[in-house]
Design a protein around this ligand. Structure first.
Ligand code: TYM
Length: 327
């Protein structure tokens, strides 16, 4: 049987270069070979303070960006999590098997609450819902960035617990994480990852940004005072980040880039990085502008119906296995 891909993205504002290079680029690529299911995880987005009208706008807008990036509704399902009740139902079942000790060790929860996000049960059990997303569709591979490794481990662990207790039900999924640019760093602090929730807009580039904004952000990216371009994450995190970004966009290895730009100074190197990023994301904006919201909603509607139909069969299996056979 064809291997299945599942992944998700939160509808929380503009898709940035980290999302794209870490995960979404692979979403597009994997459509050629696999059965692909992509989800806008609106239930996850509710775990932090939000505005309902904005959530609705962001769901449609995120779908629009994904379509502009090349997610093809003829080959992939693209829907929102809340359209398919199985996500929440399976999360409940998996939650009954999730030790609190494991959740207490989740770095994303710890980081978010330490950063001032109000904790709530949804935020705490976020990884369980994410495991349910993946297992609901019996996915084999999950294209994500490096920051999701721990969540993938939890998913594998829950699948194993379930299979051991109730019989072989779920495939054990694996993360599909790129070799370069799996963790794109902030332009204002290259020791932290680029993030949608960073209050400093200069820390990131949106895939819809104009070329002059992209160039400005890259030119002003924090680096260091030693003028040599070389890859050294500990000593030169800003330059290492730009090398990774350029390598991902241009297809050249980091060694080749270091050879080419090593002694030419940061100004020339940053301009070359900007050129490579602009070339990579430029077509996205034009495709985005050509899409209208009505068409985007239609894609979500029809994908949601199909995703639900497919999930119902798997949910039925999970219900029977756990003693919840229907009457
Ligand atoms: P989200 O919306 O935060 O991010 C979407 C994807 O972008 C990747 N990413 C990055 N990659 C490289 N560098 C960065 N700076 C960077 N920032 C984000 C993320 O790794 C992710 O792949 N929990 C997920 C959403 C989710 C999900 C799922 C993913 C919910 N259910 C099931 C896969 C499978 C998240 O917060 O994504």
């Amino acid at each position: 049987m064809q291997q299945k891909i599942f992944s998700g993205v939160q509808p929380t504002g503009n898709i940035h270069l980290g999302n794209y290079l870490g995960a979404l680029r692979n979403w597009v690529k994997l459509q050629d070979e696999y059965d692909t299911i992509y989800c806008i995880v609106d239930l996850h987005a509710m775990t932090v303070e939000y505005d309902p009208d904005e959530l609705e706008r962001n769901r449609v807008d995120t779908a629009k960006v994904l379509l502009a990036l090349g997610v093809d509704p003829d080959r992939s399902l693209l829907y929102t999590q809340s359209q398919v009740p199985g996500h929440a139902e399976l999360a409940w079942i998996l939650g009954t098997m999730m030790p609190m000790g494991v959740l207490n060790r989740m770095t994303q929860f710890k980081e978010k609450t330490a950063g001032g996000t109000a904790s709530n049960l949804g935020l705490y059990s976020y990884p369980v819902l994410m495991a349910a997303d993946i297992l609901l569709h019996h996915a084999n591979l999950v294209p994500v960035g490096d920051d999701q490794r721990q969540h993938i481990e939890v998913t594998r662990d829950l699948a194993e617990r379930f299979n051991n207790k109730f019989g072989d039900t779920f495939p054990i999924p694996e993360g599909y994480i790129p070799e370069t640019s799996a963790r794109v760093m902030s332009f204002t602090d290259p020791t932290t990852k680029m993030s949608k929730s960073d209050p400093q807009v200069k820390s990131r580039i949106s895939v819809l940004d104009d070329p002059d904004v992209i160039r400005k952000r890259i030119r002003s990216a924090v680096t260091d005072s030693d003028p040599e371009v070389r890859y050294d994450v500990a000593e030169k995190p800003g330059i290492a980040n730009l090398l990774e970004i350029m390598s991902a966009c241009s297809g050249d290895s980091i060694d080749v880039l270091v050879d080419e730009y090593g002694s030419g100074g940061y100004g020339a190197f940053k301009d070359a990085v900007a050129d490579a990023v602009i070339a990579e994301v430029e077509p996205v904006k034009n495709r985005y502008k050509a899409l209208n919201n009505g068409d985007v909603r239609n894609v979500l509607r029809s994908s949601g119906i199909r995703a639900n139909e497919s999930a119902l069969g798997y949910m039925d299996e999970a219900r029977r296995a756990t003693g919840l056979k229907g009457y």
